[in-house]
Each structure stands twice: as structure tokens, then as C-alpha cells.
Design a protein around this ligand. Structure first.
Ligand SMILES: *[C@@H]1O[C@H](CO)[C@@H](O)[C@H](O)[C@H]1NC(C)=O
Ligand SMILES: *[C@@H]1O[C@H](CO)[C@@H](O)[C@H](O)[C@H]1NC(C)=O
Ligand SMILES: *[C@@H]1O[C@H](CO)[C@@H](O)[C@H](O)[C@H]1NC(C)=O
Ligand SMILES: *[C@@H]1O[C@H](CO)[C@@H](O)[C@H](O)[C@H]1NC(C)=O
Ligand SMILES: [Zn+2]
Length: 271
């Protein structure tokens, strides 16, 4: 999911490892402007098949757009590093704020993406279980989205699919206290975060690129997707902890870019 949650948080316990003082896992971080937790969802009439129905003006593209995400990535989506310059995420040696928004688990963070002669600033990164994108039809237990925005408001998302295996340490660290934020609106801290290995991972493996959309309402198009073709790894214990809190938050696979919107198609077929 890619969502424009507020990135400004009242950092009640930002100053390091004062977890006890923070009541981590139970503290509520007021947001400015406030985020409406759970205004859309992944089940029943709140789910992706009815996002258009939730607001026909705002969410029109969810049901009519022809460049929607996520997709199944096949050989028609080329891997290319052309124009890709750099991906840097600030490190948080004392942990970062980690929030349960109801629709995802999110870390507001800073960083920079330079690609196609454009500089984007990181707004946040967040997770999906299971993965939203598929690669050659295969789906994965999890996917991470790093959401970037440029000065002209254009959006780029760097995505990593995540498989089960010997864990990438930053993934273990992000989820250290995840069990404490089971209720939407709760926030905690991550463990210490450093992204050197992740930056290297993106740089040293082929990347898929295509123009798609936000995977959450309002499904805005023109999003530049940059997806590593090599999975990251998380251990089964951590994955189960995350799945227990996050539940299910993946939009169904959309039609290939340029093809008719699957909801539009269904509506037409039913007529
Ligand atoms: C945010 O929500 C709180 C509690 O509901 C309310 O007191 C506050 O005025 C809201 N702030 C904004 C900017 O809407
Ligand atoms: C639908 O979205 C529009 C913005 O596109 C907003 O002005 C309107 O209040 C929303 N309607 C509802 C019912 O939330
Ligand atoms: C990729 O998928 C699209 C949509 O199904 C299809 O049109 C295209 O031929 C596929 N490409 C390859 C190389 O299989
Ligand atoms: C991001 O950088 C801005 C500007 O330096 C700073 O005010 C903000 O606290 C930073 N946010 C995070 C989550 O590091
Ligand atoms: Zn996302």
C-alpha cells in the first residue's frame, strides 16, 4: 500500500531508548493532521472490490484506472538500472517511531531517492502481508514499500518482496516490539535501524520499473515503481508476529499496465 499518512508525528518518546517512559506499545501518538484509522480496509465492503463505492469521486481510478498497482511482473516489465542513481535511508541507531495505522504498519523516516534526474524525499516506509506484487506469478509472504515524494508532488515507491529465510537484520529490528501495537492507533519504537545492506541490495540486483498507482485509495496513477527482483528475508518467528498484528493488507493483482480495469470489466460484463 502506498498511502499519504501524515508524516508529522508528535515524537513523545523520540529521545532514544526510554521505552519504559514511553509506555511503548500502548502510547498513542497524536497526528497533525489526524489520520482516520480504518477508513478503508481489506475485508467485505471496506475491501478493495468496493473502494470505489466508499467514495465515487475520490476513488474513481480504483475502478476505472488502466495503470493500477499491484501487478504480476512478467518478462514484459524489463529490469533496468537506467537513470537510477541512488537510494539512501537515514539510520536510526536508537530506533524510530513505528505506528499501527489499521491499514498498515508504518515508520515515518527520512531518506533520498535520485532517479531519472529527479530527487525525491522519503516520507515513510510500511509493510504488506502478503506481498502485493507478484514476480512471474509467485507471491511472497510480505512486501516493504518505501514511499518517496518529489517537490512537484510526484511519487516513487521502492519495493522489496520478502521471503522466509535467514533474516536481514534490519527486518528483525523493525519488528522488535510489534506485538505491542496490535490495536490501530498504537505506536511503539523499532529497534536500531541501519539501511546500508538494503541500499546495497537495491544497487547490486536488477530492478523492475513500471508506472502504476498507489495500491490504496485514492489509487492515484503516475507512481514510479522501482522493485528489486531479489527478495529480502525474514525469519518465520518474526513473520508470524507481524502477521498476527497486521492481518491481511494486500490489494488484489491488477490488470497489466494499459489493460482494462478489472472492476470496470466486471461491471461491463454484468450489464
Ligand atoms: C485530532 O483529534 C483530536 C482527538 O479527536 C482532536 O482533539 C484534535 O482537535 C484533532 N486535530 C485535528 C487537527 O483535527
Ligand atoms: C469524497 O472525496 C472528496 C474528495 O475527492 C471529498 O471532498 C468528499 O468529502 C468525500 N466524500 C465522503 C463521503 O467522504
Ligand atoms: C505479460 O503479461 C501481459 C498481460 O497478461 C501479456 O500481455 C504479456 O504478453 C506478458 N508478457 C510475457 C513476456 O509473457
Ligand atoms: C526528518 O527530517 C526533518 C528535517 O530535518 C526532521 O524535522 C524530522 O524530525 C525527521 N523525521 C524523522 C522521522 O527522522
Ligand atoms: Zn504499500
Amino acid at each position: 500500500m502506498v498511502q499519504f499518512a501524515s508524516t508529522t508525528v508528535a515524537l513523545l518518546c523520540w529521545a532514544g531508548y526510554v521505552l519504559a517512559a514511553c509506555n511503548y506499545g500502548t502510547s498513542y501518538f497524536p497526528r497533525e493532521p489526524n489520520v482516520t484509522v480504518g477508513s478503508f480496509g481489506y475485508t467485505g465492503l471496506n475491501g478493495p472490490l468496493n473502494w470505489y463505492g466508499l467514495n465515487k469521486t475520490a476513488n474513481k481510478l480504483c475502478a476505472t484506472g488502466r495503470h493500477q498497482s499491484p501487478i504480476n511482473i512478467n518478462a514484459s516489465i524489463p529490469t533496468s538500472s537506467d537513470g537510477f542513481v541512488s537510494f539512501k535511508i537515514d539510520s536510526y541507531p536508537e530506533g524510530a517511531v513505528f505506528e499501527n495505522l489499521g491499514t498498515t504498519l508504518e515508520v515515518p523516516a527520512n531518506g533520498t531517492l535520485v532517479t531519472d534526474s529527479k530527487t525525491y524525499g522519503l516520507t515513510q516506509f510500511h509493510f504488506h502481508t502478503p506481498s502485493e506484487h507478484r514476480i512471474e506469478l509467485e507471491h511472497f509472504p510480505m512486501e516493504a514499500h518505501f514511499v518517496f515524494e518529489a517537490d512537484d508532488k510526484s511519487v516513487a515507491v521502492v519495493a522489496f518482496v520478502i521471503d522466509l529465510g535467514p533474516a536481514d537484520p534490519w527486518l528483525t529490528s523493525v519488528f522488535t516490539y510489534v506485538a505491542g501495537i496490535k490495536t490501530p492507533g498504537q505506536a511503539t519504537l523499532t529497534g536500531p535501524l541501519s539501511f546500508t545492506n538494503l541500499e546495497h541490495h537495491l544497487k547490486s540486483n536488477p530492478i523492475y520499473r513500471y508506472s502504476g498507482s498507489l495500491t490504496t485509495p485514492p489509487c492515484t496513477e503516475g507512481v514510479a515503481w522501482i522493485i528489486s527482483n531479489k527478495p529480502l528475508y525474514i525469519d518465520a518467528g518474526t513473520y508470524n508476529k507481524v502477521k498476527n498484528v497486521l492481518g491481511f493488507n494486500a490489494r488484489y493483482t491488477q490488470n497489466f499496465p494499459g489493460g482494462v480495469n478489472l472492476l470496470q470489466n466486471a461491471a461491463d460484463e454484468l450489464k
